[in-house]
Design a protein around this ligand. Structure first.
Ligand code: MN
Length: 384
C-alpha cells in the first residue's frame, strides 16, 4: 500500500528540522483550495518520488493557523483525505524557522512572486508552478512552469505524472482526490476557464478515482465554500484576502500604493443585511483597512443572482487616497464595465455616504476575477 498524505504529514510533524536549510513549498496568501492542494500534493509527490530524502519538502499554508477555519471548503476536502489542521504548517512555522536562523528555500505554487510576510522569511525561490501572470522572476528556478490554466493543481499533477514519474505510475487516491477537488472548484467541474492541462488531468482523475462523482463533489465543495454562517464582517474580509504594492515612477503618493483586495462570495446587499446596515458594514471595512495599514481596501464580490453570475467591486480608500481611487476607477471603468450602484437602494435605507469614500459598482465584465483585476488596478496607478 502506498503512503497516505496523512502518514506523510505525520512523518514531517515527527521529524524535527535539523538541517540549516528548510525546503518548503507554499501557495499564495489567499490560501484558497488551489493553493493548499497544490502545496500539499507537490510536497507529497516529491517525497513519493524520493523517499530517501532526509529532509523532505514541507508544504506551508501561507496564512496564520487560526485563519484556516474560515475556509470551510478546504477544511472539508482535507477531512475527506483524512488530514486535520494539526498536521499542517502555517506562517507561524516559517516565522519560527526564520527565528531559528534557518535558511528557507521555497517552491512557489499558485503564485510566482514572494510577497508580504513570506518575503521576510524566504531566502531563495528554487521552483515555481503557477497559473498567474508571469512576473519574470527566479528565472533559474527548477521547475519553472507558468502557464495559463484553470487550476494550478492541474499543472502540479501533470508535472509529476509526466515529467517526474515514469509511465504507469499510480498515485494514491487521496492525492488524486485533493488535486481533483481544486480542479473542480476552479473550473466548476471543468466547464469554466478550462485549459488543456485541466482537461488532461480530468482524464487522469476519472481513470484513477472513477468512483468520485465530479458533479456531486463540485456541489459539495462549493456549498462548504459558500457556507459563511456565523462569520463576522472581519472574518469575511480576511477569509480570501490578497495585498498588493503598486508602484508609480512619477512619485504619486510617494510612489507607492498598498491595496488589499478581499474576495467575498455574497452580494454587497447580503453583507449590509447580515451586518446591520451599510454604515456598520462600512465601519468594519475601515477598521480592517486600518488594521492592515493599507491605503485602499477593495472588495470584490461574486455570486449568482437569478441564475446569472454577477460581480461587484467596491473601493474604500483612506482619506489621503480618495482621489487616487477615483482615478484608478476612471481608468479601469471601461475594461471592467463598471456601473455605479445606487447604494441607498442596495442598503434599503436612508443611509447615505460620501461616494468618494465608498465607491460601489457592478462589474459587468464578469470574466475578470481578482487575478485579472489586480494587474489592471496596478497599471492604472502606475499610469497616473
Ligand atoms: Mn489558483
Amino acid at each position: 500500500m502506498s503512503l497516505t498524505i496523512r502518514s506523510f504529514l505525520n512523518l514531517l510533524k515527527t521529524t524535527p528540522v535539523t538541517a540549516n536549510t528548510v525546503r518548503i513549498v507554499c501557495g499564495n496568501e489567499s490560501a484558497d483550495l488551489d493553493s493548499v492542494a497544490s502545496a500539499i500534493s507537490y510536497a507529497y509527490l516529491s517525497y513519493i518520488h524520493n523517499d530517501s530524502d532526509p529532509q523532505p519538502i514541507i508544504p506551508v499554508i501561507n496564512i496564520p493557523r487560526e485563519d484556516l477555519r474560515l475556509r470551510r471548503d478546504i477544511v472539508h476536502v482535507l477531512r475527506d483525505v483524512n488530514v486535520s489542521e494539526d498536521l499542517l504548517f502555517f506562517l507561524e512555522d516559517m516565522r519560527e524557522w526564520h527565528g531559528a536562523q534557518k535558511t528557507i528555500n521555497a517552491v512557489l505554487v499558485d503564485h510566482n512572486e514572494v510577497v508580504n510576510e513570506a518575503k521576510k522569511y524566504v531566502s531563495k525561490v528554487v521552483g515555481v508552478v503557477d497559473h498567474h501572470k508571469d512576473m519574470k522572476l527566479y528565472l533559474d528556478a527548477q521547475p519553472r512552469i507558468i502557464q495559463v490554466c484553470g487550476s494550478c493543481s492541474s499543472l502540479v499533477f501533470k508535472h509529476f505524472m509526466e515529467d517526474v514519474f515514469s509511465a504507469g505510475f499510480k498515485p494514491s487516491p487521496d492525492v488524486v482526490q485533493l488535486c481533483l477537488a481544486a480542479g473542480l472548484v476552479d473550473t466548476t467541474n471543468f466547464t469554466h476557464r478550462v485549459e488543456q492541462p485541466d482537461l488532461d488531468c480530468r482524464e487522469m482523475y476519472s481513470t484513477l478515482i472513477p468512483d468520485v462523482s465530479m458533479q456531486t463533489y463540485t456541489k459539495t465543495i462549493k456549498n462548504a465554500k459558500n457556507d459563511i454562517s456565523g462569520f463576522t464582517a472581519r472574518d469575511l474580509l480576511r477569509k480570501d484576502y490578497k495585498q498588493f504594492e503598486f508602484a508609480n515612477e512619477r512619485g504619486v503618493h510617494g510612489g507607492k500604493l498598498v491595496m488589499g483586495i478581499s474576495s467575498i462570495v455574497k452580494p454587497m446587499e447580503w453583507l449590509y443585511e447580515e451586518f446591520n446596515g451599510l454604515t456598520r458594514f462600512k465601519a468594519s471595512c475601515v477598521a480592517y483597512r486600518e488594521e492592515k495599514n493599507i491605503d485602499i481596501l477593495t472588495i470584490m464580490t461574486s455570486f449568482v443572482d437569478n441564475g446569472a453570475f454577477k460581480r461587484q467591486i467596491t473601493m474604500i480608500p483612506s482619506d489621503s487616497t480618495k482621489e487616487i481611487a477615483q482615478s484608478i476607477l476612471d481608468n479601469t471603468a471601461e475594461y471592467l464595465k463598471l456601473e455605479r450602484q445606487d447604494i441607498r437602494t442596495l442598503s434599503n435605507s436612508a443611509e447615505t455616504l460620501d461616494p468618494a469614500e465608498y465607491q460601489e459598482f457592478e462589474q459587468c465584465n464578469i470574466d475578470a476575477s481578482r487575478k485579472q483585476v489586480a494587474p489592471y488596478l496596478q497599471k492604472a496607478f502606475s499610469d497616473m
